[in-house]
Design a protein around this ligand. Structure first.
Ligand code: SAM
Length: 276
């Protein structure tokens, strides 16, 4: 149950590149609240300056969210109204805010989320890939070995997958995506809402060969695994195929990944079979 006489936390999205994507409701809330808690006070102050809003800011980011959120909760309980914004797009989506939000829930504080800019959905709707069902995955681990383990867990997921990626990891990620998923459609959505906005609609084989020119912010929209898998293959044929892959230079691990992507058999069963 929510209490009276306490403040409200407003979750306010910010533009992901184009200042005009601030909604008039966001402006209204920024003007109404007592202060704006945010991921980076310098970035939010710049934004507020451009919007002509004069309001105090308070820092609440990944590294101080625990202590900063205690102060915000105490102010909310004292009746203050507070907005929370991250640097770009929606707070809590690959951005801080989750901890603060959950403390508000624990304390029965009113929470009002505003709709607004978000890179994942903006990319998805223009990607040309299936939008009926999809998974927002966010960032993969930056370490290649861990990244590929995460991708292996997604190998059979049948619907579109949305990844965030930073420019200096993009080439490794495209290579890992091809290595683990094989050839599927991908749309690389670059610099959304900005001057150099670009959609590269291609496949993972071609994308894995890109060596340069992918600069700026990027969202990767990858086709799900919609291949009809054959479950009728017998053990002998699997062993034969496995030996062919090994003779062609694939490692044991890669051969198992390739076979499990093609046939509807559990990876552990494949491993046992190939150890014979
Ligand atoms: N909270 C944000 C949201 O709602 O979209 C996401 C923040 S996350 C820290 C930053 C990542 O979002 C970037 O690495 C990139 O993958 C994606 N991103 C943010 N702005 C973008 C833009 N203008 N164009 C393409 N991708 C963007």
């Amino acid at each position: 149950m929510q209490r009276n006489n306490i403040g409200t936390l407003y979750l306010v999205p910010t533009p992901i590149g184009n200042l005009k994507d601030v909604t008039s409701r966001a402006l209204e809330i920024y003007n109404l609240v007592d202060y704006i808690a945010c991921e980076d006070t310098r970035n939010t102050s710049k934004l507020l300056h451009l919007l002509g809003i004069d309001k105090p800011t308070f820092s609440c980011h990944e590294h101080n969210e625990l202590t900063a959120s205690n102060k915000i909760i105490s102010d909310l309980l004292d009746g203050k109204n507070i907005a929370y914004s991250s640097d770009a797009g929606m707070p809590c989506i690959s951005d801080p805010g989750y901890l603060l939000l959950n403390k508000c829930i624990e304390n029965n504080i009113n929470i009002i989320p505003l709709p607004g800019a978000n890179a994942a959905l903006t990319a998805l709707i223009a990607s040309g890939l299936e939008t009926k069902h999809f998974l927002f995955y966010g960032f993969l681990d930056p370490k290649i070995s861990q990244k590929e383990r995460e991708l292996e867990d997604l190998i059979n997921f049948p619907y579109t997958i949305i990844f965030y990626e930073s420019p200096h990891k993009i080439y490794d990620t495209l290579k890992s995506l091809y290595k683990i998923f094989g050839n599927r459609k991908i749309t690389i959505c670059r610099e959304l809402t900005k001057l150099h906005e670009e959609f590269i609609r291609t496949n993972l084989l071609e994308a894995s060969k890109i060596e340069d020119n992918l600069i700026g912010e990027m969202v990767l929209i990858v086709e799900g695994n919609n291949k009809e898998k054959s479950s009728s293959i017998d053990d002998e044929s699997i062993s034969e195929l496995y030996n062919k892959l090994i003779n062609n230079g694939l490692s044991n691990k890669d051969a198992v990944i390739a076979l499990s992507a093609l046939f509807d058999i559990k990876k552990n069963a494949l491993k046992k079979l190939t150890m014979k």
